[in-house]
Design a protein around this ligand. Structure first.
Ligand code: DQA
Length: 156
């Protein structure tokens, strides 16, 4: 059955950073077995089912992610981003997210706090509304649910 996004759906930009195109192939112990296309399909279906319209973008390069963040300012009401390894050191992505003035949820598939020391620090988290980590690819769905609540509250 074709599920139509209802008019007035909340618009969310979902951004995947470097190496996340290899979900399902890379390190399945940390990132699970679902491949990138399956994950995006689940995100889209779940979002639609709760009245959220998502546009999904992935890049391995910092500049392209920054361009996508700047573009999101023109149409999105929130950003869900898994910055991959850029989480730990990209001040440029942090600045772009802060300058977007949109609510931002940082997502991680793995529990970054249970891994190597360098993964425990996020330069992105301080400018985010919140962070969801460690629920496997379900982390994205939890983030979509969270932004829906946030945006709805901001409309009240
Ligand atoms: C990740 C965690 C990062 O430390 C890592 O570099 C990734 C994926 C995650 O989703 O768990 O690429 O963001």
């Amino acid at each position: 059955m074709v599920q139509l996004t209802p008019p007035g759906a909340i618009k969310v930009s979902v951004l995947h950073g470097p190496n996340l195109n290899l979900l399902g192939v890379r390190d399945p112990d940390h990132y699970g077995k679902d491949d990138f296309d399956q994950v995006n399909k689940r995100i889209k279906e779940y979002a639609k089912s709760i009245g959220v319209e998502v546009r999904i973008f992935q890049s391995n390069s910092e500049g392209a992610i920054i361009d996508a963040i700047q573009e999101a300012r023109t149409w999105a009401e929130a950003i869900v981003i898994n910055p991959g390894a850029y989480t730990h050191y990209s001040y440029a992505i942090r600045d772009a997210l802060a300058d977007s003035r949109l609510p931002v949820i940082e997502v991680h598939v793995s529990n970054v706090y249970a891994r190597e020391e360098f993964r425990r620090n996020s330069v992105i988290a301080p400018i985010c509304t919140g962070q969801i980590a460690g629920f496997g690819t379900r982390s994205y769905l939890l983030a979509i649910e969270a932004v829906k609540g946030l945006v709805e509250e901001s409309h009240r």
